[in-house]
Design a protein around this ligand. Structure first.
Ligand code: 5GP
Ligand code: MG
Length: 182
């Protein structure tokens, strides 16, 4: 277990194990930021769209590692409700207000599991005329077949229910600075 803040942050609840430590997360986010920085130029007018709520910490860390002018917006989709299994019903609760037309759009997602969320959302964003549309997922469970893979992935994740670094279980655990399994 990570030292220091853990007991207070967990509120007496247990996680099974730490899957990626805060140090591993930090290092990987720096690498992703460097790769993304060299994949775009200022002329791309990069728009980074974070999927709320799960991506909020990853997005905040990632954009600070991107050495380019960029704008940030958000998108709220919901598919899980309170359960731990995807319902397959992707609802769009908030659409980005920014214009996507003529800009490079990078969608930042916390975790890809079945791929249902991305499959539902990407065509809707593509229809708004971005010059490029790419995905950066912090975690990927690699369970789905046939989906266009995200351009960037932080870590391949075990097929367990993961929490921390933005990911929740019934809204708990989002603030853990590491990824753990329940
Ligand atoms: P998909 O649509 O790819 O099956 O699932 C994507 C969404 O499901 C993610 O944005 C995330 O909200 C949720 N999700 C999938 N796997 C996990 C997990 O292990 N932990 C948590 N907290 N959410 C998950
Ligand atoms: Mg999510």
């Amino acid at each position: 277990m990570e030292p220091g803040r853990t007991a207070g942050q967990l509120g007496g609840r247990e996680v099974r194990r730490v899957v990626f430590t805060a140090d591993q997360v930090r290092t990987r986010v720096q690498e992703l930021g460097a790769e993304i920085s060299s994949a775009y130029s200022a002329e791309d007018r990069l728009l980074v769209i974070g999927l709320l709520k799960g991506s909020f910490i990853f997005l905040a860390d990632l954009v600070r590692e991107i050495a380019l002018p960029l704008h940030v917006d958000f998108l709220v989709a919901s598919s899980y409700g309170k359960g731990t299994v995807s319902s397959g019903d992707v609802r769009l609760l908030y659409d980005p207000a920014s214009s996507l037309d003529g800009r490079a759009v990078l969608v930042v997602e916390d975790i890809i599991d079945s791929g249902t969320t991305m499959k539902a959302l990407l065509p809707r964003l593509q229809a708004r005329g971005p010059t490029r549309l790419d995905v950066c997922a912090f975690l990927h469970k690699r369970v789905a077949g046939g989906e266009p893979p995200p351009r960037w992935v932080g870590f391949d994740a075990p097929n367990e229910f993961l929490v921390g670094y933005g990911l929740d279980h019934a809204e708990d655990f989002r603030h853990l600075p590491y990824i753990a399994s329940l």
